[in-house]
Design a binder for this molecule. Structure first.
Ligand code: ARG
Length: 462
């Protein structure tokens, strides 16, 4: 019989149960439910509702149930609607009469909300760790890149040469903001709903503050209605992870482009590339493509849940059960993607000769030529006009830019040094810009940022 069967005159229809049950996907919440249930039992003891021997019996039964679930020997019953009812049913079987006291002062509404917060906390910590790993790989590859450079692009048209390290760290800083957002989400979710009951609290002298402390949560709920109906933490986590997905997708897109024969900037390691079933010559960047593809799925998960929540009145509604599958999927896919992208990036080979050859095209120093004039008191707009005209003339008359620069009254031979490979890049001096000194400083700042974030993460993991 279900936990609520006594109210009904007939048993639940099988198809109704098939439609409403969440057991198939919320099983993974078992360890979190057990942890929260043990804290709840201790809370009932602190409130004087349970005697010590009852606490021991209930905690033992909860632990045994947890072990059975972990070992895969737990027997589910057809009336188990979700993991929470399954665990309570089993505790009653093991502990006998005292088992019926487990659900005192508690509803599945605050129970589910608590277990899901604990699960989300654990997953966000895991994701943050993987993002930091990826940042470390970017940092290592950036250090190895030394002074190698490639064209920087805008509109996917060659714009200015930039250091490869600078390009790699650009992705690293986006991930740094992601890590920061994960910490923000962790702080906000770390509040315990237990004690809110179905929606309004209880007439029993519960101890929600103590329960929150046992769960290493910063505080208890402020409002019981909000406690059981709030899924902001799910949405926020899904957004944060979807944005990580978008960042991986943008990296993936570049790897796809850069590994084409047309670009030839990156060669993938064989272990991280796939072949074609028909075309023997192919080596495909499937990891990068799937990183790009999965982002769409993560965005879909987020938008789907927002739509589910938007029309819900307070407090709990069964619609909210729909939070779990997209959340779990988001975590599963993002963790796979983070690990795979780290593997891909840590093993690929950068063809810096090809990168530099592409970046040495004279057009890429056009703005440096204009700035050379600015340094000689020419207003920038005029300088821009002079260089633009030289570029146009070079294209129309098929004359090398160098020749035109040398012959131009505003430039002359001295300006030709700007066209030498790597010179323009070395002259760049803006802090945070792509010049070698600025990038060296940036590397230091990036590595100290990683260290700070690792310490913040360690504080969450302990
Ligand atoms: N499995 C449900 C969920 O995930 C449990 C909550 C059911 N609560 C209720 N009042 N029917 O949301």
């Amino acid at each position: 019989m279900t936990l609520w069967g006594s109210r009904m005159t007939s048993p639940p229809a099988e198809d109704m149960m098939a439609f409403t049950a969440s057991l198939s996907f919320d099983k993974r919440l078992a360890p979190c439910d057990i942890e929260a249930s043990i804290a709840h039992v201790h809370g009932l003891a602190k409130a004087g509702i349970l005697q010590m021997d009852e606490v021991d019996q209930l905690v033992d039964a909860l632990r045994r149930t947890g072990d059975e679930l972990a070992e895969g020997v737990f027997e589910f019953h057809p009336a188990d609607e979700d993991i929470h009812t399954a665990i309570e049913r089993r505790v009653r079987e093991i502990a006998g009469d005292v088992g019926a006291k487990l659900h005192t002062g508690r509803s599945r509404n605050d129970q589910v909300a608590t277990a899901l917060r604990l699960y989300t906390r654990e997953q966000l910590i895991l994701v943050a760790g993987l993002v930091i790993e990826l940042q470390r790989t970017l940092q290592r590859r950036a250090a190895e890149a030394g002074h190698a450079y490639l064209p920087g692009y805008t509109h996917l048209q060659r714009a200015q040469p930039v250091l490869l390290a600078h390009h790699l760290l650009a992705h690293g800083w986006a991930l740094a903001r992601d890590v920061d957002r994960l910490f923000g989400a962790l702080e906000r979710l770390n509040s315990s709903p237990l004690g809110a009951g179905a929606l309004a609290g209880s007439s029993l002298p519960l101890a929600p503050d103590e329960v929150a402390a046992e769960l290493s949560m910063t505080n208890r709920f402020e409002n019981s209605l909000d406690a059981v109906s709030d899924r902001d933490f799910v949405v926020e986590s899904m957004f944060d992870v979807a944005l990580i997905g978008v960042h991986l997708s943008r990296m993936g897109e570049e790897i796809v482009i850069f590994s084409t024969e047309e670009f030839g900037f990156i060669r993938l390691d064989d272990a991280w590339a796939t072949g074609s079933s028909m075309l023997p010559q192919k080596k495909n960047p499937d990891v990068a493509e799937l990183a790009r593809g999965k982002a769409g799925r993560l965005i879909g998960n987020l938008v789907g849940l927002l739509a589910t929540l938007k029309g819900l009145p307070l407090a709990y509604n069964r619609d909210m059960q729909e939070d779990k599958e997209p959340l779990f999927d988001t975590f599963d896919q993002a963790t796979l993607a983070l690990v795979a992208m780290e593997g891909l990036l840590s093993t690929c080979v950068f063809d810096t000769e090809r990168m530099q050859a592409a970046a040495d095209a004279p057009g890429l120093v056009a703005v440096d030529l204009a700035e050379w004039l600015v340094a000689r008191q020419v207003p920038f707009r005029d300088a821009h006009g002079i260089v633009g005209a030289i570029v146009r003339e070079s294209i129309e008359r098929h004359v090398p830019i160098a020749e035109l620069i040398e012959a131009h009254p505003a430039f002359g031979e001295e300006a030709l040094t700007l066209l030498e490979p790597g010179t323009a890049l070395r002259r760049r001096r803006t802090p945070g810009g792509s010049g070698p000194e600025a990038v060296a400083l940036q590397m230091q700042r990036f590595s100290s940022r990683i260290e700070t974030d690792s310490e913040r993460l360690a504080a969450w993991s302990s």
